[in-house]
Design a protein around this ligand. Structure first.
Ligand SMILES: [Zn+2]
Length: 236
């Protein structure tokens, strides 16, 4: 199995919130897309591992993914260990994604910024010829950071207006997390609140590029432009 685009994140349901629309859009354009969750979210207040596994599989269908896997690293105490880096690098060599999406490197939740660091270092290791003798070296051409939950200026925003509803369905499929269950209601907002909140965030980023809904990304490199007369965003 090889992929064009691979998103990595700490917990099942992370990518659905941060870059699901972009994944759907890429799949609709004919690219082979995948998601690698690093943990099974077993420390979450609500839902069993088995339930979240089924929900992640259902979400994968909404996201039109070719592939979804889980590294089963420890949730809520994700560490950038040598063992974790090596097993992730092996997976990257196997999947050979051209572009990788990671969480932004700063976050409130330690798992999220560790996932960014771990993902970056694994991508680097995966490109080393002498890493192992059983697999071909592969270093992704581009690493993008999904910055939706960070107050930083994005390098670019993807128009997900046409994909927004499908992304919402993928996220709301995590009934264990977003259903109106009897326990933990004070922590987990119900469906209407989720719709409003994610709608408002996507509207904010969409507004930056003159469309209805958008998803923001940061890249460390500078984008190259060939034709300054064909830029898509109008000046204010
Ligand atoms: Zn998370």
């Amino acid at each position: 199995m090889t992929l064009d685009l691979l998103a990595m994140a700490a917990h099942p349901d992370d990518v659905e919130q941060t870059c699901g629309g972009t994944l759907i859009k890429a799949a609709e354009a004919g690219y082979r897309t995948g998601v690698l969750d690093l943990t099974e979210g077993e420390m979450g207040t609500r839902g069993s591992v088995e339930q979240r596994r089924r929900e992640a599989e259902a979400a994968a269908r909404h996201l039109l993914l070719e592939w979804r896997g889980n590294m089963k690293l420890p949730d809520a105490r994700l560490e950038n260990t040598l063992a974790a880096r090596l097993s992730l690098a092996v997976k990257i060599r196997e999947l050979k994604p051209r572009v990788v999406i990671l969480p932004y490197w700063q976050a409130r939740h330690p798992d999220h910024y560790r996932a960014a660091e771990l993902g970056y270092e694994a991508c680097f290791l995966a490109g080393l010829k002498k890493f192992d003798e059983y697999s071909e070296p592969h270093r992704p051409f581009q690493i993008l950071y999904s910055s939706l939950y960070m107050d930083v200026k994005p390098s670019f925003v993807v128009d997900i207006t046409a994909q927004f509803e499908r992304r919402m369905q993928a996220l709301l499929g995590y009934r264990s997390q977003y259903g109106a269950a009897a326990s933990g209601q004070e922590i987990f907002p119900e469906e209407r609140e989720i719709r409003e909140r994610l709608g408002a965030i996507a509207r904010f980023y969409g507004n930056l590029i003159g469309v209805r809904y958008g998803e923001p990304f940061v890249m460390k490199e500078t984008m190259r432009v060939e034709d300054v007369l064909a830029l898509g965003v109008r000046s204010l």
